[in-house]
Design a protein around this ligand. Sequence first.
Ligand SMILES: NC(=O)c1ccc[n+]([C@@H]2O[C@H](COP(=O)([O-])OP(=O)(O)OC[C@H]3O[C@@H](n4cnc5c(N)ncnc54)[C@H](O)[C@@H]3O)[C@@H](O)[C@H]2O)c1
Length: 358
Amino acid sequence: MALTVAFIGTGRKREKGSLIGYAMAYTHAQAFSALDEVELVAACDVIEENVQAFAHEWEIDETFDDYSEMLAEVQPEAVSICTWPHLHERMVIDCARAGVKLIYCEKPMADTIGGARRMVAVCDEQGAALNFNHQRRYGRPFQLAKEMLDDGEIGDLVRIEWGGANIYDYGSHNFDMAQFFNDETPPEWVIAQIDYHTESFWFGAHNENDCLALIGYENAVFGLVATGGVEAAVGCHNKLVGTEGVIEIGSREEGAPVLRYRTYGAGDWQPVDTAGEGLHAQVYINRAVEDAVESYRAGERAMMDAHNAIHATEAIFACWESSRTRAHVEIPMEAEDNPLEAMIEAGELRPEPAEEEA
Ligand SMILES: NC(=O)c1ccc[n+]([C@@H]2O[C@H](COP(=O)([O-])OP(=O)(O)OC[C@H]3O[C@@H](n4cnc5c(N)ncnc54)[C@H](O)[C@@H]3O)[C@@H](O)[C@H]2O)c1
């Protein structure tokens, strides 16, 4: 029997995505529709014109403006969720409780650490496979870097560094890649500081302007994170520092290849051929969704399973918690909230509105 898939949050397809809308549902639909024995059966969006355009593009018969109604009437086996992060917890939990068995949700997991933990717990209780779209795990530069690491090209892993815009929206991918490179080893503690002086909303959520963080993983590997204004300190998207060399993905250096490495004492960087694959591609989502579906059919967990994603999410919120408490934070941290939002509500952080772009 075909796997029936329904969509929550279709978005509106634009020429170019922005922080208020990428319509990620289209990328999920493309990935699901490329698979055998999969049927796109229903779609839901609170904006009628969005859901109609989506249903037209993917030849979906049933449309809804209320996802609870859709779940009750259609009873899909799988659901893709592409709404903004503050809605993920409620929607994932409602899907699992309505009997959905495969959930493919956009990252970041949730807007609080408690919410992320609850999503995992409820899906486990209900026997639902929960996946998050951390698709970079399926990109050639990342997979080749992991193979080189496993083959001992840079000796033993000492430190995983990454730079990016922020630790939450963008950092969800990078912390997740740290899990991938570090054989899914959980983070144990964090010491971090952030600066938040100008409002920075990504998909409706506050994100810090700058963060500098050190993370200790259970296997004694360190994580070093620099975001926003201090991102250049790392100088690339992902850096793997080993006892005998360094691998870099997405260097900021002009003209640098997507993937390169060098061993200590051996001089220049060596480029690694990624067969044209860069940091982002639709094909990564295709592979990720295929893995989610195949793993679900085999009764196994896919690479983007929530049990892997939760470790990255614990690290994110622990960074903000370290800034709030001005202390070293053990993971899992006690607080269940969103420390960045709590600091804003308490008036401890007072970000000014960002200037309108001309
Ligand atoms: N994996 C990636 O590389 C990547 C890239 C961009 C965005 N994202 C993530 O994808 C998620 C969605 O972002 P987007 O840009 O696709 O959003 P979007 O704004 O394009 O689409 C969201 C849709 O959800 C709908 N919606 C809101 N409330 C709803 C409800 N109660 N029921 C049904 N529909 C509802 C909105 O009307 C909108 O059409 C975010 O979490 C974002 O961080 C991931």
